[in-house]
Design a protein around this ligand. Sequence first.
Ligand SMILES: C[S@@+](CC[C@H](N)C(=O)[O-])C[C@H]1O[C@@H](n2cnc3c(N)ncnc32)[C@H](O)[C@@H]1O
Length: 259
Amino acid sequence: MLGGTVGDMSLPLHEIAEANHRILDPFTDAQLMEVGEVARVKQGTRVLDLACGKGEMLCRWAQDFGSRGVGVDISEVFVTAARSRAEKLGVADWVVIEHGDAQTFEPEPEAFDIASCVGATWIGNGVAGTIDLLRRAITSDGLLLIGEPYWREPPSPEAERALGDDVAAVNAEFSDLPGLVDRFNAAGTDLVEFVLADEHSWDRYVAAQWWTLRQWLDSHPGDPLTPDVQTFLDDSQREYLSYQRRYLGWGVFVLRPSR
Ligand SMILES: C[S@@+](CC[C@H](N)C(=O)[O-])C[C@H]1O[C@@H](n2cnc3c(N)ncnc32)[C@H](O)[C@@H]1O
């Protein structure tokens, strides 16, 4: 779900593919906690997470660092999972998960120390718009976290030819790492830290979905969603193996509004 605009039509497919995932991005639990450490999350830090998925970041940070969180997500399936996770980890008093559209969510101004959008910058029509959405929620010395893909290197001509429009669409949207930082700067923020995914953590995110999808197909013969689920699986493997694994990076970038 990281490679660009994800409309509502594909949400059920992601809910199926990520049924066994807690983290809906290419990070392991260790990398998720590392972001919390580099962003200096501590007892009482107030975190807003737009498009929070299953709320794993808020719940694990509350559990280990003692932070408090508000998460918003449009998927009822993910919101239900996030609330259960908060209960299971004993942090339901500190983590509130709201079901809703992050594009229209209106946080209390300056009520948070950190505001994040990890893997869903389409909610603000891109990086700059998402930074604008988040910025109003934080205090004057608050931080923003953006999880975003970038090109590790441009896709080869062979990959571009093989994937045609897929790569062209992704190409139009993503930058290389310095270009991404330029976009953060142009949106009025400075990069203060980052944690990057690696090939292993990407594999855990993407390849782990394939077996889940096959199990779903095996157990839902004749389901109206079957053709879409099969295409989703085929496309995921083709795109990941043809270009994403080699060329696409991903990270969570810790930003501070420019002073
Ligand atoms: C790639 S997942 C990332 C989830 C979570 N941040 C994580 O890293 O585990 C993208 C998330 O965006 C959510 N989403 C998509 N459009 C949204 C919207 N308009 N408002 C709120 N959530 C949205 C999806 O339901 C999904 O949970």
